[in-house]
Design a protein around this ligand. Structure first.
Ligand code: GGG
Length: 365
């Protein structure tokens, strides 16, 4: 029996469309070989949507996202939209879709593939076998807190944002973190700045409270500045990390360099489960639109392909198919193919499309 899954694809800007095309190839392969039919709708977000509708996320696209089984997004932003009003910038479209879909839990796995150990910024023994899950709170914190703005007061201009978290917001992300720790190695590090910021004093207090329900999990707390240092000093001390919206954004980019490149980091953004266990979800590579290499067939498509694998695992309960794609990626890297961002001496430098083709060839083996 053919399974049909409704997927909304939002390629976005810059390298978004070209990395997304490689996922379309894998979807076509799966339809042919695995009897899984993806009913794909394509939509606009970010700069592409601004160009067409003067709006980074239209109500129609949002409605399509709400109706889909899952959303796959490329990247948003670019210098073309630098000089437009802040409230309609490409990034506002991304923040809005996350907020409106209630995607509060952003899973960012930083995994070092054996073949890429030498591409990491750290020594082999420090990163070999590294497998960290960074859980970033995604719909609260300083990205959304009110008041925000730029104002003139007594002839002086002020720019301000508000870092605010409610107890329920902290509690729900903490629960996801503890559940995840229980499924992995029962180690959780909560990252905050509780020595300086009241919002994260509450964060720590609530995480501690939830911890009492999970006595098997070894919980630790770390200030964000120390966590950044520890990530590049001894990353294997971490297993699951949970943190705020902005700290998670920064720490996961930092962790990306341990894996070789930002082009290797996938992500899943999940909402709360409904009574049937289904949840709204959006998958996207952690990287941005890389306008400097856009349209040149140079970008690394692997983070987007791995994000698609996360979609199979978390939205469609197709863990075996997800593993199949991850193994194909691993084997392509073992075979020596590299896009420019993960290039190493003696390896073969390939384009976005050749990398996509190589993954399909691996799947065919
Ligand atoms: N695919 C990720 C992307 O396009 N990121 C651009 C961006 O504006 N991100 C903001 C954020 O993740 O907080």
């Amino acid at each position: 029996m053919t399974i049909t899954k409704k997927v909304l694809m939002l390629p976005g800007d810059g390298i978004g469309p070209e990395v997304m095309r490689q996922v379309q190839r894998v979807m076509d392969w799966m339809a042919k070989k695995r009897d899984i039919n993806f009913d794909v709708t394509e939509g606009l977000i970010g700069g592409a949507s601004i160009d067409a509708h003067n709006n980074p996320l239209t109500d129609e696209t949002l409605a399509d996202a709400m109706a889909a089984d899952a959303v796959l997004l490329g990247a948003v932003g670019g210098p073309k939209w630098d000089n437009i009003p802040f409230d309609i910038k490409p990034e506002r479209g991304l923040l809005k879709i996350r907020k409106e879909m209630g995607l509060f839990a952003n899973l960012r796995p930083a995994l070092v593939f054996d073949a890429l150990v030498g591409a990491s910024t750290l020594k082999e023994d420090v990163v070999k076998g590294l497998d960290i899950m960074i859980l970033r709170e995604l719909t609260g914190g300083i990205y959304f807190g009110q008041p925000r703005g730029i104002e003139e007061r007594d002839g002086v201009r002020f720019g301000f944002n508000t870092l605010v978290y409610s107890e329920p917001e902290i509690e729900r992300i903490a629960r996801v973190a503890f559940d995840m720790a229980m499924k992995r190695n029962k180690r959780l590090c909560s990252v905050d700045k509780a020595n300086v910021l009241e919002s994260t004093v509450l964060w720590r207090e609530v995480v501690e409270r939830v911890a009492r329900e999970f006595p098997e999990v070894d919980i630790s707390h770390m200030y964000v500045d120390n966590a950044a240092m520890q990530l590049v000093r001894n990353p294997k001390q971490f297993d699951v990390m949970v943190t705020t919206n902005m700290f998670g954004d920064i720490l996961s980019d930092c962790a990306a360099m341990l894996t070789g490149s930002l082009g290797m980091l996938p992500s899943a953004s999940l909402g709360a489960a409904d009574e049937t266990g289904a949840r709204k979800a959006l998958y996207e590579p952690v990287h941005g639109s890389a306008p400097d290499i856009a349209g040149q067939d140079l970008a690394n498509p692997l983070a987007t392909l791995l994000s698609f694998a996360m979609m199979l695992r978390y939205s469609f309960d197709m863990g075996d198919d997800a593993t199949m794609i991850e193994t194909a990626v691993q084997n392509v890297l073992k075979g020596g193919l590299r896009t420019a961002d993960i290039m190493q001496p003696g390896m073969a430098k390939v384009s976005t499309s050749v990398m996509g083709e190589a993954v399909i060839n691996e799947l065919n083996k």
